[in-house]
Design a protein around this ligand. Structure first.
Ligand code: NAI
Ligand code: MG
Length: 366
């Protein structure tokens, strides 16, 4: 069957790193016989320049019709001064909202060759491979009431409310349990049930769901502050971490720095499976458009390439193909090639295209 892919390169280094993914996609068609139906469109500043909006409705419709979306990054200082709803970044916010992408998957994996890039000691992070699942459309960032009120004495107070429903907790927990079954079979659910009602409900719902549908997966619970500490103390104790929007925001950023390399980290955001069995999904590197290095051919394409590998695994169930890409990346790093962002003494510094070509050459050997 033909897989429908929507490719949205975006701004800055987005198109540069997407060019390298195109080589890997072509390899997959050639060597593994996978048939892709690929369409590409403009988003972000690139769309603003041509269409006057950060994303057109027809692009959103195309994203809904696609089997998966591969996204680059949006953001361009040229458009920094336009109104809030006309910034390039609106493109990704709208896509998340319109596709109902409620679960953000952020792997933090340390490649053997890059173990020295971590901010932690090599013996703490060697072999690290964890996955943080963050709820992204609920919680304190969206809960009502919210706002800034003026009190009778003229002072003010700012209000945000953490709200989670059973259904919201259950659907993200399901994503985490399903993922765990494909990995180390362990889930750690993170909240603050000691001081928060929403945390109490979170723990209860995850515990019930586990007993009902996932008794084969090992479940543990941890308070969010302890989790932050444990991620730095002994990150390898975790397999899959599932948590709400706010804690997930902080913990996933913390975890990404355990690997020490922004240019290496992919992500996925998943929505709800529809009546036809299709799950909306968007894959993107965690880095932005990097305007400081855009146009110079210096960007590390590996986060974007690894985002495509996640796409193959989680949208198409092509685990073997996903693994081929990960192995190829690992081998390229082991051979000593480095882009500037992951450069270390004694290694060979290369640009975006040479790195992309090297991945394809490794794929040819596998
Ligand atoms: P950034 O991730 O674009 O860059 C931070 C630093 O890391 C820069 O020094 C950059 O050169 C470097 N870097 C990032 N990716 C790299 C790669 N693949 N290879 C080598 N070096 C890399 O974050 P920043 O500078 O805060 O944001 C720049 C723009 O990107 C802003 O407009 C921001 O809003 C946007 N952005 C967009 C995201 C998205 O599309 N989902 C996510 C994050 C930021
Ligand atoms: Mg963040």
């Amino acid at each position: 069957v033909t897989k429908k892919l929507l490719v949205l390169p975006g701004d800055g280094i987005g198109p540069e790193v997407m060019n390298e993914v195109a080589r890997v996609v072509a390899w997959m068609s050639r060597a593994r016989g996978i048939s892709f139906d690929i369409s590409e469109d403009l988003v972000g500043g690139a769309s603003l320049a041509v269409h006057g909006v950060p994303i057109r409705d027809e692009v959103i419709q195309a994203a809904k019709a696609a089997d998966a979306v591969l996204f680059g990054s949006v953001g361009d200082p040229k458009w920094a001064s336009v109104g809030f709803d006309r910034r390039p970044e609106v493109a990704i916010l709208k896509l998340r909202q319109e596709l109902g992408l409620f679960a953000n998957l952020r792997p933090a994996k340390v490649f053997d060759a890059l173990v020295d890039a971590s901010t932690l000691k090599p013996d703490v992070v060697a072999g690290l491979d964890i996955m943080i699942v963050r709820e992204t459309v609920g919680g304190i960032y969206f809960g009502e009431p919210r706002g800034i009120e003026t009190l009778p004495d003229g002072t003010k107070r700012g209000i945000n409310t953490e709200v989670y429903t059973t259904a919201e907790i259950e659907r993200v927990a399901r994503v985490a349990f399903d993922l765990a079954r494909q990995r180390g079979n362990r889930v750690c659910s993170v909240e603050k049930c000691n001081v928060m009602e929403s945390g109490l409900l979170w723990k209860e719902v995850v515990t019930d769901l586990h007993a009902r549908d996932y008794p084969d997966v090992e479940l543990s619970h941890m308070l969010a502050d302890n989790c932050a500490m444990q991620l730095v103390r002994n990150p390898r104790q975790f397999d899959v971490i599932v948590t709400g929007n706010l804690f997930g925001d902080l913990l996933s950023d913390l975890a990404s720095m355990l690997t020490g390399s922004l240019g290496m980290l992919p992500s996925a955001t998943l929505g709800t499976v529809d009546a036809t069995g299709k799950r909306p999904a968007l894959y993107e590197p965690i880095h932005g458009s990097a305007p400081d290095i855009a146009g110079k051919g210096l960007a590390n394409p590996l986060a974007q390439i690894l985002s495509f590998s996640m796409l193959l695994r989680y949208s198409f169930g092509m685990d073997a193909e996903a693994e081929l890409i990960e192995t190829a990346v690992s081998n390229v790093l082991a051979s000593g090639l480095r882009t500037a962002d992951i450069m270390s003494p004694g290694m060979a510094q290369v640009g975006t295209a040479v790195m992309g070509e090297a991945v394809v050459r490794e794929l040819d050997k596998l």
